[in-house]
Structure formats: structure tokens, C-alpha cells
Design a protein around this ligand. Structure first.
Ligand SMILES: [Zn+2]
Length: 308
């Protein structure tokens, strides 16, 4: 079912990790960041709207060479009567790369049949690919929540011919999304939204369009804390916090994506919000700070004590 798994470069020193499941509490709610693996990203190839020299400088400050090993993070939220995943990783779509989420979910003590809800930030392979395994739904009992605009855009066969924006490595995206999300649509397990709405008790979906038409942020509010899942609002820490106007070739609407990124960075920084991002270095949890150079990312401090 994976029509053309891309091949990825091997990086010196990068090895397969032991099971990765980083847990923390937001108020009373247990949240677990699950690694789906990592994938190399080439900033000089994929970032748009920045001069070569400035890009070299920003990357140099982080000592980044030609490629950046980029995390694919999935998040598990355990509520009293629900087990909620935010995105599901790449599944089988990236071949040998990605697809680690299920193993790590099992390490966290959760079986796929026990997942009640999946909040898809957007319909791209590295976020929705894990919905299916060998063509069959991976999560037979889950409701899939997703922005209506992504269903309209990616699952409508008429859109397949309108692939102008697509970089080469995403040529199969329409077919991939029909394969991944289609079975859940057919079985009536998809619920969509087109405005800000509380989709589960304490969890709100908000449209954050640009990267894709139906891209969404999800905010969980619980007694004593909140956490905002921002989806693919940001890919490259070294560049896009300094320069939120820089877009990536995978943005369907780069201008709108940049607007959304700038507005959300300002809002999240002003609120002091705890943020979860799928492609910032695992576990992808931290705060956004406004500073004299633009914004910066402050990763959550690692914690490992108290019983779970
Ligand atoms: Zn992504």
C-alpha cells in the first residue's frame, strides 16, 4: 500500500533508540510523548523565504550541517475514560524510517484497540500514515478528529490533479491520505470541524490553516494546566523561531502558514503556554519565548522521579 517509500540518507552516529515514551503531567492529566522515529531534513532545500547567507548563519549558530535529524513526535493523552493520540506518525509510509509509534505506545501500556480518539493535526503522511497497518485500520475503536478542510482537500479525487505546490517527495500524498483516512471515513469513524470547538471534554480544536487547509491546533485544559499541540507550525528550530516568515516547501499556502506561525508564536509566548510540536527535537515539549532576535524555543526540563 505504500506506493513509493522514499529513501533517506544515513547519518553518522544516529542509531535506533530503545523504547521512547517521555511522560509528564499537565495538571491532573498524564501526557506521554511517543517517538515515531526521526527523519533527515535538508533546510537549504526545503526552507523558503530566506537568503542563503542568513540561513547559513542561523544554521551555523546551531552547528547544523547540511541536514537536520528531525523528530516525529506523537502524543498520548490519558483522560479518565479516554485514551487520546495526537497524530499517529508515519506508519509504513516512510519505509524503514518512522513507524516506531506503535512499539512505543505498547511500551506506554496502551493497546491500539484501547485508543478512543485520534486528533489529527493535518493530513500528511508523517502524521496520519499510522492510521493503517497493511491496509487495515490500526485503531479499530477510535474516532478520528480532523479539520474538514483537510478531508475536502486531500480526499477529494478532483484535487489529485492539482498538485502544483507539491515537492517531489510528496507526489503520492493524495493516494496516501485516501488509503490512511479513507477506511475511517467509510466506517463512519471520522468527525470533522471547521471552527474552534470543544471536541472532547477539556480539549478544544482550533483551525490553524496554512501548512494545509485544515491544519489544526488542539488545546487541552485541565485543572491546573494546559498544553497546546501546534502541529506543523514549525519544522526547523534554528531558523523559524528567529524568522517566523520562513516557510517550508511542504506548506500548501506558504504565506498563510507564515501568518499563522507569527500570530501563534506571539500568542503562545504572551500566554506562557506549554507547547507540543511534532517535529521539534524529541520529546517536542517546551515554551516559546519572545526575545530581541524574534522568538526562541525553550525545551521542557527533563524530569524522572515520583511514581507514574
Ligand atoms: Zn510533519
Amino acid at each position: 500500500m505504500c506506493t513509493s517509500a522514499p529513501s533517506f540518507v544515513s547519518l553518522p552516529g544516529v542509531v535506533r533508540q530503545l523504547p521512547q515514551a517521555y511522560r509528564f503531567r499537565v495538571g491532573s492529566v498524564l501526557v506521554t510523548a511517543l517517538s515515531d522515529g526521526s527523519v533527515p531534513l535538508y533546510p537549504k532545500k526545503v526552507l523558503k523565504g530566506i537568503g542563503e547567507e542568513v540561513l547559513e548563519q542561523y544554521l551555523g549558530e546551531y552547528l547544523f550541517p547540511e541536514h537536520i535529524e528531525t523528530s516525529i513526535n506523537v502524543f498520548l493523552v490519558e483522560l479518565k475514560d479516554r485514551r487520546v493520540l495526537i497524530d499517529v506518525g508515519a506508519g509504513e509510509f516512510f519505509g524503514e524510517v518512522g513507524g516506531r509509534m506503535l512499539e512505543n505506545l505498547s511500551y506506554a501500556g496502551v493497546h491500539p484497540r484501547d485508543v478512543t480518539d485520534i486528533l489529527v493535526t493535518h493530513a500528511h503522511a508523517d502524521h496520519a500514515g499510522g492510521l493503517v497497518s497493511e491496509g487495515e485500520p490500526t485503531f479499530p475503536n477510535a474516532v478520528v478528529h480532523i479539520g474538514q478542510a483537510d478531508i475536502d482537500y486531500f480526499l477529494d479525487p478532483a484535487e489529485s490533479g492539482r498538485a502544483g505546490y507539491l515537492p517531489e517527495d510528496m507526489a503520492d500524498i493524495y493516494e496516501q491520505m485516501r488509503n490512511a483516512i479513507g477506511p475511517y471515513v467509510a466506517s463512519g469513524q471520522v468527525q470533522t470541524f471547521d471552527r474552534e470547538v470543544e471536541i472532547l471534554p477539556g480539549i478544544t480544536a482550533s483551525p490553524c490553516p496554512g501548512h494545509t487547509p485544515g491544519s489544526a491546533c488542539y488545546t487541552i485544559k485541565t485543572g491546573g494546566g494546559s498544553l497546546v499541540f501546534v502541529g506543523d507550525m514549525v519544522h526547523v528550530e534554528a531558523v523559524q523561531f528567529r524568522a517566523p516568515e520562513v516557510s517550508i516547501t511542504y506548506d500548501v499556502d506558504p504565506d498563510r502558514a507564515a501568518e499563522t506561525r507569527s500570530a501563534m508564536f506571539s500568542k503562545l509566548a504572551a500566554e506562557g503556554a506549554l507547547v507540543a510540536a511534532p517535529h521539534l527535537r524529541y520529546p517536542g515539549i517546551g515554551h516559546i519565548r519572545k526575545d530581541s532576535k524574534g522568538f526562541s524555543w525553550i525545551p521542557m526540563i527533563f524530569g524522572d522521579r515520583y511514581p507514574g
